[in-house]
Design a protein around this ligand. Structure first.
Ligand code: F6P
Length: 758
């Protein structure tokens, strides 16, 4: 049986080798044909043009030769002929003509007297030839007049046979064609040979160089002549890949259905597990019983629609006061509550864990570390220990929830930098995709974290690591380069560490394009909002929607409002900023201080401009999605003034809500969104005058300009939606997964071959 198997295997491999060599020959043949065909055409055209030209030349050359010979014969005959004629020596004349006619191409000679009678002729003189010039075909006649003392005696006719000329021309043509043919064969064989070998050499050399596994980071294994090309080629290929990815995916078509079918087609319906700290639905005890709340989080806004489309399991911290009541015995529940589409698996944290991992390391350490908002990060060993422990708790939850050994795990955000490696160690075949929802700092800033190496090692457990912008990717690659011994392919954006490859790519996050809700009439929303704030119908309203966080630039926003009213007092009592600030991380000092500062500043500004309509309406409370949609539609202006922000989805939500194509977006240049939404009024939030000017410009912007800007931004947000964000990551993951499987197959095949050889 074993023997049979071996024969079958060797039969298979012989067949395989035969097919491979046949394919290779075919490829070489095709390659050669690329050189030979043009050569054949060039030589063929040359032959077609040259052959008639050569015929003509040869004919003229022979005719000239015949004429010369005729002249020589005539010259040699002239004098004796005159003598014989004057002496009327017919015999002598006849003998003279016979003698002269023995010359090579002379057919015959004759003499015509002045009356036009053929008096003498050699034997072979053609009967049709006469003194009037009639001549048989293929005969060339030359005439030489003979004179004696100025008296014409008659003319000497010399007939030459020209048939040999055509024969020679034909022969010559034949030789020439043969020469062309030989030349073609020789050149084409030589060209094909040179082309084949040099091409094969180049191609295989380039292939080797471009293969990430075999080339060194600097391409130093490359032969010297290739070295300058290596980096450029890799960068070009990567750039092409990125561009193709962006262009080819026809963004208009990114819908939940497309994402679902992508998952089905590209990832063979593999199971999807999402891990995040913040859960998408929070059950809270309230005086009206248990209520379900959606948290204010860009992460949840983006990932929730993706999970609705893909199903799977979302593992998150159960942070709500009634969360435990809502789950089953396995801490699971089906969500969304109204129309369940996926499983939410809640992980419980003790107060100590939450303080150390969430408030401490994540939000007093990593959050300020990654945001340039001039708040100093705080790193405590106890927080770090909790961070490690909680990452392990969530990694264990992934292992428990996974039904296969190669799930697709989507890890979200800075709370779980260690989890990818923990999962990778237990599920080496898993495809782990992580998205970092906040900015990534430069290497110097990141370097102040005492556990920087551990965090980076954890992150390099990912198959794919996504950031909002190419700039954050670059910062990450440089940070890894600074602190870990890795092999980085900057052009391909990959990091090789411990034999594993992590791809680092930008995936600008977005929102799900909302279905237009007919009940949300813009005019009605405007009137309702103004009525609720006791404002007149034509009152100008700007809107700010944020978590109450020091990175959001809320203080700077208020200062810009203050400055604008200073510069344009005519707007006092006619303009209000409605600031909705969802309470966030309120147990931290920094956030409590911020809240106090924001409240105080709003109060001061409102005091400064006493009027029935206060310039700032501050609402430090949660607004649900429906309330926010109404506010977006009611506001003339939306102010996003973050001091540093990964993307900022409020900007995109405002645009998506404005199906009337009106409204102005003021957007901080320090948001990821500013790299996409160029038609917004882009400002530096630190520059209060600039903010004030932009606000005044927004207040006074004509409707036509608003419409033009809004229309363009709406197209972008609609097309580059969150399904595309997830789709591109999953497509890349599918590609990497295929590569991983092929690599595994190759490795196991070579291990088998090695065992057999031993
Ligand atoms: O943009 C996403 C994000 O800023 C996350 O990084 C963060 O987890 C979330 O929004 C809100 O913060 P939290 O979960 O602490 O309420």
């Amino acid at each position: 049986m074993a023997c049979q198997q071996t024969t079958a295997e060797s039969g298979e491999s012989e067949l395989f080798l035969f097919v491979r060599s046949a394919l290779k020959s075919m490829r070489s043949f095709q390659l050669s044909m690329r050189f030979i065909l043009p050569l054949a055409i060039v030589i063929g055209i040359s032959a077609l043009v040259l052959l008639p030209l050569v015929d003509d030349l040869t004919q003229r050359w022979f005719l000239r030769d015949l004429d010369t010979r005729a002249q020589v014969v005539a010259a040699s005959v002239r004098d004796p002929a005159i003598d014989f004629l004057t002496m009327e020596d017919a015999e002598g004349m006849q003998a003279l003509l016979e003698r002269a006619a023995v010359d090579g191409h002379v057919l015959a000679l004759g003499f015509c007297d002045t009356a036009g009678n053929l008096r003498y002729r050699s034997r072979a003189f053609p009967p049709v030839l006469d003194c009037r010039g009639a001549a048989p075909p293929a005969t060339r006649i030359s005439e030489t007049w003979l004179e004696q003392d100025g008296v014409s005696l008659g003319k000497l006719l010399l007939a030459q046979d020209t048939r040999f000329i055509q024969r020679r021309i034909d022969e010559f043509g034949l030789y020439l064609t043969a020469v062309f043919l030989l030349m073609f064969l020789l050149i084409s064989a030589l060209a094909a040979w040179v082309a084949h070998w040099s091409w094969m050499d180049w191609v295989s050399a380039l292939k080797n160089l471009l293969r990430l596994e075999t080339a060194s980071p600097s391409g130093s294994y490359a032969p010297p002549e290739f070295r300058p090309l290596v980096g450029d080629l890799r960068a070009m290929l990567h750039q092409m890949q990125v561009e193709r990815r962006v262009q080819e995916d026809s963004p208009q078509m990114w819908t939940p259905q497309k994402l679902r079918s992508l998952l089905h087609d590209e990832l063979a319906g593999d199971e999807v597990l999402v891990v995040s700290n913040r859960e998408p639905y929070i059950h809270e005890q309230s005086e009206h019983g248990i209520v379900v709340r959606r948290p204010a989080s860009g992460l949840v806004t983006a990932v929730e629609p993706v999970m609705r489309a893909c199903s799977g399991t979302w593992i998150a911290h159960g942070s709500g006061s009634a969360d435990r009541i809502a789950v089953d015995a396995h801490d699971r529940l089906q969500v969304p509550p109204a129309r369940p589409a996926y499983t939410l698996r809640r992980v419980w944290l003790t107060q100590e864990e939450e303080e150390g991992y969430y408030y401490g390391f994540s939000n007093e350490g990593l959050w300020p570390l990654c945001h340039m908002a001039h708040v100093r990060p705080v790193f405590r060993t106890t927080d770090w220990e909790q961070y490690v422990a909680v990452n392990q708790r969530f990694a264990d939850a992934v292992m428990n929830e996974a039904r296969t050994d190669d799930p697709v795990v989507l890890v979200q955000d800075y709370h779980f930098a260690l989890l990818p490696r923990m999962v990778r160690e237990k599920l080496p075949k898993a495809t782990i995709i992580m998205f970092w929802h906040i900015p990534w700092p430069n290497p110097e800033s990141f370097g102040i974290c005492p556990w920087r190496e551990e965090l980076l090692e954890g992150l390099l457990g990912n198959t794919l690591l996504g950031f909002h912008t190419p700039f954050h990717c670059k910062n990450f690659l440089e940070t890894v380069d600074r602190y870990l011994e890795t092999r980085i392919e900057h052009e391909a954006s990959t990091i090789s560490y411990g034999g594993e490859l992590t791809q680092v790519e930008p995936y600008p996050i977005s929102i799900a394009w909302p279905d237009t809700d007919a009940t949300l009439d813009v005019v009605q929303c405007r009137n309702e909002l103004r009525a609720s704030l006791h404002l007149s119908a034509d009152h100008r309203v700007a809107l700010g929607v944020d978590r109450l966080d020091y990175t959001k630039g809320i203080v700077e926003r208020f200062q810009a409002v203050d400055r604008m009213l200073e510069m344009h007092p005519e707007l006092i009592g006619r303009f209000t900023l409605l600031q909705i600030a969802a309470p966030s991380r309120s147990s931290l000092d920094e956030y409590q201080n911020l809240e106090a500062r924001v409240r105080k500043l709003a109060h001061q500004i409102n005091q400064r401009y006493p009027s029935l309509a206060a310039p700032i309406a501050l609402r430090i409370e949660h607004y649900d999605a429906d309330q926010l949609a109404r506010c977006y539609r009611a506001a003339d202006i939306c102010m996003v003034t973050s001091l540093h922000d990964g993307m900022n989805l409020v900007a995109k939500e405002y645009i998506a809500a404005r199906d009337d194509e009106l409204g102005v977006l003021i957007l901080s240049q320090f948001t990821g969104a500013a790299r996409e939404l160029h038609e917004a009024l882009i400002i530096n939030p630190y520059h209060i005058e600039q903010g004030a000017q932009a606000l005044y410009r927004a207040v006074t912007m004509p409707a036509a300009e608003q419409r033009e800007r809004m229309r363009s931004m709406r197209t972008l947000v609609r097309d580059f939606n969150v399904y595309r964000w997830a789709g591109l990551m999953l497509l890349d993951a599918a590609r990497l997964r295929r590569r991983q499987r092929v690599t595994e197959k190759i490795h196991s095949h070579s291990r088998r071959s090695l065992r057999r050889a031993v």
